[in-house]
Ligand binder design. Structure first.
Ligand code: HEC
Ligand code: HEC
Length: 253
């Protein structure tokens, strides 16, 4: 794990001996059971990439924890099976989007995580009143989005989310998909993917899961749900040509 590697480097650079000793003690007992208090397990889950793809009460890339708890309620054999599933990854139980593998997690940790997931009671996802936003694309056709592209009262200044999406895209996605979502020989034109009907949910699934065999990295654990959504919003704004090539003006400028 990244954190482990970091601590090791720092230890080598002369951490106080007491702390270094403590770390090596931890290293010598990698299978030390995780305390099953929900605080510890929640921390473990937070420090892993689970949150990029799962939430307690609503589907993200994968099913909600409460839906998983509901499906396997009362099945004693589920614990081992689910621990193995998280370790190996794979699809088929909920749909055809695969979970990525987690071969670096010990069985003890995996089981604690599964027990925690299975304890998440069906919290009824609150039906949100979704606001919609109307824009005209460059041909004058009306389009409806469930997020705003521009700040209120402007048709130039983009929202903070779109601007963040612009920055993230041009830091991490541009080198294969093209600067400002233009074209590239290395990877598909994402404007075209969206024009052909790919929705936000599908965009997030591919971005988090990746298609490593085809050269598309998995971004789960690196990006949060919110960050991939921001990238999606920017790409959507570009695909409708509401947002032009280049740095868009934003709030407070
Ligand atoms: C890249 C996205 C992604 C990440 C990261 C991820 N999951 Fe999943 N998870 C999924 C998907 C997609 C499914 C549904 C798989 C299927 O249909 O078989 C799933 C299914 C599950 C299931 C149910 C499996 C079954 O067979 O019913 C559990 C439990 C689970 N995930 C826990 C976790 C935990 C704990 C972590 C973190 C260690 C994690 N997941 C990380 C995407 C992800
Ligand atoms: C190292 C190169 C590389 C980087 C960086 C990269 N991608 Fe990709 N991406 C690809 C390739 C190659 C494909 C085509 C995979 C295939 O053939 O199915 C792809 C496909 C996709 C698709 C599916 C498009 C379609 O029409 O099927 C999405 C969505 C996507 N990438 C999003 C992103 C996002 C968001 C980022 C930045 C966070 C990103 N990619 C960064 C290489 C990359």
């Amino acid at each position: 794990m990244v954190l482990g590697a970091l601590l090791e480097v720092q230890a080598g650079q002369g951490l106080p001996w007491a702390l270094a000793a403590k770390q090596s003690a931890v290293k010598q007992s990698p299978e030390k059971p995780v305390n099953d208090t929900s605080d510890d397990v929640e921390k473990l889950i937070k420090n892993s990439d689970c949150a990029s793809c799962h939430a307690v009460d609503r589907q993200l890339v994968g099913p909600s924890y409460s839906a998983i708890a509901q499906r396997y309620a009362g099945q004693a054999s589920a614990e081992d099976r689910l621990a193995k599933k998280i370790k190996d990854g794979g699809a088929g139980a909920w749909g055809n989007v695969p979970m990525t593998a987690h071969s670096d997690l010990s069985n003890v940790k995996l089981k604690s995580m599964v027990r925690w997931v299975l304890a998440q009671k069906a919290a009824n996802a609150q039906a949100q009143d979704r606001k919609t936003y109307q824009y005209k694309d460059k041909d004058g056709k009306s389009v409806t989005l469930d997020f705003p592209v521009f700040v209120e009262g402007s048709d130039q200044k983009v929202t903070k989310d779109i601007f963040k999406g612009y920055e993230l895209y041009n830091s991490y996605c541009y080198r294969c998909h093209g600067q400002d979502v233009t074209e590239s020989e290395l990877a598909p034109d994402l404007k075209r993917s969206l024009k052909q009907g790919m929705n936000g949910q599908q965009f997030m699934s591919i971005a988090m899961t990746g298609r490593e065999d085809k050269g598309m990295p998995a971004w789960a654990g690196f990006f949060s749900e919110q960050e991939i959504k921001q990238i999606y919003m920017y790409v959507k704004g570009r695909s409708l040509e509401l947002v032009a090539v280049g740095r868009p003006p934003t709030e407070g400028e």
